[in-house]
Design a protein. Structure first.
Length: 169
């Protein structure tokens, strides 16, 4: 029996799950292209903004990313996404960028790689009445992000983290 391919446009964009579904589909198709071209797909975002819906990809490579690198990946990814993303998704703007100094971090390996760096983290479910945390990454402890805040270490569940970014010293 042939299985029906799940269409990412099946979920309404007003649903909180929809952006995650889109990001997962984009990552599945864009990551191999980036890797083959010598780039690391650092992070994907799909969100509504004042100018419309934006799909933002952050790429990196040793030595940094140039404007030409962003253009190259934008063209390659755009062609593939035009073929695989459903038209029911609606129009969106594709942006490809370097991660910059306020680099987004989301993968477990990122939290390990940037141990010792200052970060800002937002969580979905409040912890001790707080949703925003700032401190120094202390890596992963039992699958949770450890964050040093002065003399205290706070642990945050990866699945509760909505957004995490490095902060310039």
């Amino acid at each position: 029996m042939k299985q029906k391919k799940k269409n990412i446009a099946d979920a309404s964009l007003s649903s909180p799950v929809a952006p995650a579904v889109v990001v997962e589909a984009v990552r599945r198709h864009a990551e191999p292209l980036c890797t083959d071209a010598g780039y690391d797909l650092v992070h994907c975002e799909f969100q509504r903004e004042p100018g419309g819906t934006t799909l933002r990809l952050y790429i990196d490579k040793p030595g940094g990313v140039s404007l030409e690198d962003c253009v190259e990946i934008s063209r390659q990814v755009s062609d593939v996404l035009d073929a695989v993303l459903d038209e029911g998704l609606g129009p969106y703007n594709l942006e490809v960028s370097s991660p910059g100094t306020d680099r987004p971090i989301s993968r477990p390996a990122d939290f390990e790689r940037f141990t010792g760096y200052p970060v800002r983290i937002k969580v979905a479910t409040a912890i001790g009445g707080r949703k925003h945390f700032t401190g120094r990454l202390a890596g992963l402890v039992d699958g949770q992000v450890a964050l040093e805040q002065g003399d205290t270490t706070v642990t945050l569940a990866l699945e509760n983290i909505v957004r995490a970014r490095l902060v310039a010293d």
